[in-house]
Every structure is written in structure tokens, then in C-alpha cells.
Design a protein around this ligand. Structure first.
Ligand code: FMN
Ligand code: FE2
Ligand code: FE2
Length: 398
């Protein structure tokens, strides 16, 4: 598949993947690699190890592997470097290009790598014939050695994981499936993989801001090729890395016998009736990586759970711990739930939510066993006071 003159997509589609280290991938994913034909034929990244045969097949439809002159390793993570050793073995004349930290990481993972390794500085250029490659280091987007490769002649940024999505489909380009879908998947990718490194993203965007990009070709998912789609994903990365609160009230809850669900639904109705957007996740049927994605567009989080063995239900503990690791900021929280005999078990929960980066708007609301009408009325008063009024006071536009 050609993506520009003499530039081929030679990566693979992993249709069966359903979890990328815990990140749910209902559509599978792709490991994108690109082959540029020039005086020095250049392979940009490889794919996950088990897909070597397909990568080799895709390359050799275009040229014998031994004719590859450069192999660019933008990122040492194994979904992109997993076939580097095998490809280098079949292309004995090839030079591997990576950052200094890339070389260290590759050697730590693979021991020895056949062929020469050439380390490149950020901003360094390399002529491969008619075309030029320029490398920009993007440390911690999302590993220390990460870099991107820019090809000015065609205006293509080979961005590796940045701007990617875990999304396999018959299509290759974002506009073919619809930019909204691609952005939705890119948001999930951002939340789960990139969000902890927002400050590094800001620096990377600054570094790349002078490039007149016609196309962004990431290492996962769809390629952004329309001018407006390129602008849109860049602007999303600008917004997401700013960690600004969004417009949706996110309600996540977990329940054993339904009391906490009753409370969650009452909160949801009150918030929607007040004219705000709300989104609700039951942890029994929701995936934490989808909830993380929703946090990106959330104004605040309402977290509800019941007490089991003197702690909130474990799925809630897991969610709070996970969201904490993603280092969100700028969103407040409020907690609710149901208990049988020991309300004070919620203190540790409140503390954990605060520590996860979601400061509590006020005292949570907890009901003993099943909430009766009085309890619901008190719940609604409290959610009004701490959530709805606060959203109104902050001149938050629904
Ligand atoms: C296995 C189990 C363990 C429980 N452990 C506690 C506990 O340690 N402390 C407490 O106050 N209530 C405990 N409860 C009572 C529940 O918190 C109470 O029934 C609550 O109303 C359940 O709310 P839900 O319907 O939203 O799950 C426990 C209930 C179950 C089934
Ligand atoms: Fe990665
Ligand atoms: Fe990746």
C-alpha cells in the first residue's frame, strides 16, 4: 500500500488483540512500519515479534530485504522493535538509526544487534537519496528514547506512538473511517499511554510546531492525511496535554446489591436535569481504559461504591489507583456509596481519590444498606451543593 510516492505502509494488523497490557482493544490494533524506496531504501520501525513473517512478506513484495540500507528505530518498545534483529540479520548492509537512549534500550532488550548502529541527535538530518529524513527526539512521549522522523519532501511525520490509536480496520487513513472515530480512539490512546507525560508532550509539540505537516503516519492505527485531520489531531494533543477539564460529569460506580446503583442513577438524573452532560460507568461491565479515556473530557468525577470487608469494592480501588497513575489534574471529585455497619471505611477511599489527583468537592454521601426516600433526598441535596452548584458557579457551560 502506497501512502506517498515511493513510501509504502508495510506494517501488520493484529486483528485478534483484545488487551494491550491491560488497555482494552476491542478492534485489535496495528503495528505500522513504513518502507521508503530511494538510493538508500529505508525501513521506518518494525512490528511485534510474532508478526515477522507478515512484515517480511510485505517488504519483499516491494524489494528484497537485503536491499534495505537504513532501519530507523523511533522507539525501542517491542511492538515496534520486535523484528529489528531479524530484519537486520536479513539486511546485512543496513545501518540502524536511533537515539542514544534508543541504542541503550535496544541493547538491553536484545543483547546483540547485527549491523551498525548510528546514533542521531535531535534535529540531525540524513539524506537517503532524493529524500531527506530529520530526527526529533521526543523523550517521554512515551519512553525516554522515543523520537519521530520527519520527511520534508513529502511533509510526512512518522510519529511512532504519538498520534496513534489502537484500532485495526480495513482502512488505512483516518478520513476513510471518519475523523471522529479516529479522534475517539486517539483520545483513548492518549489517556492510557501518553497522559502521564503531558509536560513532555507540550515540549514535543513545541519542537515540531515549525513543521508543515501534510501527513502524520503513526505506528498504530490510522494515518492522518487530510489537512484538516492533521490540524485536528494536533489541536487535540495541544488540548489534552494541557489537562484542561472537559464538559462531562463522569459517574463511575460499583455495587453488590444495587444500593450504590440507585444512588448513581439519582445523581445522574439530577445532573442531566440541571442541563449538564453526564456519562455513567458500572465497573462490573466497563473497562478502566475506557473510563480513563472519558476522564479526558470530564469536568469532574463522581465515584460511588459499597463497602466489602472494610474497604470499597476492589474494582473501585483498582480504578482509583489506575487513574492516579495517569496523572490527571484539574478535575474535582465527589464520592458516594452504601455500607452495612462501618461507614468509616469510606475514609480510606476518600483519601485515595484525593491522592489520585481528584480533589474532593466536599463531604461524600454514604447510606446504610438500601437508600430510602429520605436518604435519596439528602443525597440530592448534597450532590446539588457540591457538584451542580459548583459547576454552575464556575460558569461552566453545559
Ligand atoms: C461480602 C460482603 C462484605 C461486606 N463487608 C462490609 C464491611 O466490611 N463493612 C460494612 O460496613 N459493610 C459491609 N458489607 C455490607 C454492604 O456494604 C452493604 O450491604 C451495602 O448496602 C451494599 O451496597 P451495594 O448494594 O451498593 O453493594 C458487606 C457486604 C457483603 C456482601
Ligand atoms: Fe510504545
Ligand atoms: Fe506502540
Amino acid at each position: 500500500m502506497t501512502i506517498a510516492e515511493d513510501v509504502y505502509a508495510v506494517g501488520v494488523k493484529d486483528w485478534n488483540l483484545r488487551s494491550f497490557h491491560g488497555y482494552s482493544t476491542p478492534f485489535g490494533t496495528t503495528y505500522n512500519a513504513y518502507l521508503i524506496l530511494d538510493q538508500k531504501n529505508t525501513l521506518i520501525d518494525t512490528v511485534k515479534g510474532p508478526f515477522f513473517d507478515t512484515l517480511l512478506h510485505n517488504i519483499e513484495r516491494i524489494l528484497p530485504c537485503e536491499k534495505i540500507g537504513y532501519i530507523i528505530s523511533n522507539h525501542a518498545e517491542m511492538d515496534h522493535s520486535g523484528c529489528l534483529v531479524e530484519i537486520a540479520r536479513r539486511a546485512p548492509g543496513a545501518t540502524i538509526i536511533c537515539s542514544t537512549r534508543g541504542r541503550d534500550a535496544l541493547l538491553s532488550q536484545f543483547g546483540q544487534i547485527p549491523g551498525n548502529i548510528k546514533v542521531v541527535e535531535s534535529g540531525e538530518t540524513l539524506s537517503i537519496g532524493k529524500k531527506t529524513l530529520q530526527f526529533f527526539h521526543t523523550p517521554m512521549v512515551h519512553w525516554p528514547e522515543s523520537m519521530v522522523t520527519w520527511m520534508p519532501e513529502d511533509g510526512i511525520l512518522f510519529s511512532n506512538d504519538a498520534f496513534g490509536q489502537h484500532y485495526a480496520s480495513p482502512e488505512t487513513f483516518a478520513d476513510e473511517v471518519g475523523c471522529d472515530i479516529a479522534i475517539h480512539e486517539a483520545r483513548k490512546y492518549y489517556a492510557n499511554i501518553v497522559n502521564p507525560y503531558n509536560r513532555s508532550v507540550v515540549r514535543a509539540l513545541e519542537l515540531l510546531s515549525g513543521l508543515n505537516m501534510a501527513m502524520i503516519a503513526p505506528s498504530h492505527g490510522l494515518i492522518w492525511r487530510k489537512k484538516e485531520d492533521v490540524a485536528r489531531i494536533l489541536s487535540c494533543y495541544g488540548r489534552w496535554s494541557g489537562n484542561k477539564p472537559g464538559k462531562t460529569v463522569l459517574i463511575a460506580y460499583n455495587t453488590m446489591w444495587g444500593s450504590t446503583r440507585i444512588m448513581a442513577k439519582e445523581c445522574y438524573n439530577a445532573i442531566v436535569d440541571a442541563g449538564f452532560r453526564a456519562e455513567m460507568f458500572d465497573l462490573d461491565v466497563s473497562d478502566i481504559s475506557d473510563i480513563a479515556a472519558a476522564v479526558v473530557d470530564s469536568a469532574c468525577l463522581l465515584l460511588g461504591a459499597s463497602i466489602m470487608h472494610a474497604a470499597v469494592l476492589p474494582a473501585m480501588t483498582t480504578l482509583v489507583g489506575y487513574l492516579g497513575s495517569l496523572k490527571f489534574s484539574g478535575r474535582f471529585s465527589w464520592t458516594f456509596g452504601s455500607y452495612g455497619w462501618a461507614e468509616n471505611s469510606f475514609r480510606a477511599f476518600e483519601e485515595a481519590v484525593g491522592k489520585a489527583g481528584f480533589p474532593l468537592a466536599g463531604q461524600g454521601f454514604y447510606t446504610r444498606y438500601v437508600p430510602d426516600r429520605n436518604a435519596i433526598n439528602s443525597l440530592l441535596l448534597t450532590v446539588n451543593k457540591f457538584v451542580i452548584n459548583r459547576l454552575k458557579e464556575s460558569h461552566f457551560e453545559p
